[in-house]
Design a protein around this ligand. Structure first.
Ligand code: NAD
Length: 281
């Protein structure tokens, strides 16, 4: 049985990743600075900013799924976010490389494009935004994700380790769908995340498919549902909130996602199965 270490396993997304790998028959070790609410698998309290602890946590693993981070700007001072997110990712990949681990997934973010936490607001250059769209963060959280993707590239060059960086849209656990009716008709809400969302179960499955895939090298993939989180057509959302963006690279005649997810589907054989309209029924 393959062993996978999930970092951030006590977090909002990490707990779903832990559960998914366990259900799929993997031996799982959950690693976090805090105890999990639910004991699905063995867990270790580890500060990933410490390389020695990180080595100890990853020893014996076949793969690592690194979800641990400070998950947005503004929670703690910016340099704390930057140091934690950049050093923990460096240490996870340094330890994985030293231990001969060949597969890793790391959590990147749509915030790496910079729109989400911009101090000087700006819109996308084109939509749906694919992975070629420039990453232009003005904040240390977005920058930490850009740096982490570069760190992944470096470790791939050094060791050949496969590292998939998942640029997650806004992460939604199943019990959050009841909140959707409060915003689905308000285009001004969630505009900074291009109204994107990704169900925790869909994201967890993508993590596993990324670990099971072969030959991906170091690659960044947007991860979002096929449709936005809104009950307003995507073209109307863009016209209302980002009128300067006129480069539409898809027909946009429905509610389709403005964060292009085609690459993840193509490379991972992934489909976002859980959708907010069905979940609300
Ligand atoms: N929540 C979102 O909408 C969203 C969107 C895009 C990307 N992401 C990314 O997805 C990942 C998971 O986010 P989440 O919303 O579940 O966040 P979360 O805060 O719920 O979970 C993150 C976990 O990481 C742990 N952690 C942080 N620093 C650590 C360290 N140095 N050592 C060990 N553990 C540490 C925390 O204790 C926490 O349990 C993060 O990398 C985040 O940046 C989240």
């Amino acid at each position: 049985m393959a062993k996978v270490v999930v970092t951030g396993g006590s977090g909002m997304l990490g707990r779903w990743v832990v559960r998914h790998f366990a259900e799929q028959g993997y031996e799982v070790l959950s690693v976090d600075t805090r105890q999990p609410d639910e004991a699905v698998c063995p867990s270790l309290i580890v500060d990933l900013e410490d390389l020695g602890q990180t080595y100890g946590a990853l020893a014996g693993a076949d793969a690592v799924v690194h979800m641990a981070a400070i998950p947005r700007a503004g929670m703690v001072p910016p340099e704390v976010t930057f140091r934690n997110n950049v050093m923990s990712t460096y240490n996870v990949l340094e330890a994985a490389a030293g231990l001969g681990i060949r597969k890793a997934v790391i959590a990147s973010s749509e915030s790496s494009y910079g729109i989400c936490f911009a101090i000087h607001p700006f819109g996308p250059q084109y939509v749906p935004m694919d992975e070629e769209h420039p990453q232009l963060p003005q904040d240390s959280y977005g920058l930490s994700k850009v740096v982490n993707e570069a760190t992944a590239d470096m470790f791939h060059r050094r060791t050949g380790m496969q590292i998939v960086s998942l640029r997650l849209g806004n992460v939604i656990p199943p019990d959050w769908y009841e909140r959707f009716p409060s915003f689905i008709h308000k285009p001004e809400e969630r505009e900074r995340i291009l109204w994107s969302y990704i169900d925790t179960r869909n994201a967890a499955e993508a993590c596993r498919l990324a670990i099971e895939a072969e030959g991906l090298g170091s690659v960044a993939l947007n991860l979002a549902s096929d449709e936005t989180s809104m009950d307003i057509p995507s073209r109307e959302l863009m016209t209302a909130r980002y009128p300067q963006t006129t480069d539409f690279r898809a027909p946009l005649n429905g509610y389709e996602t403005l964060l292009n997810n085609e690459k993840a589907k193509r490379l991972l054989g992934w489909q976002p199965k859980h959708r907010w309209r069905e979940e609300l029924k």
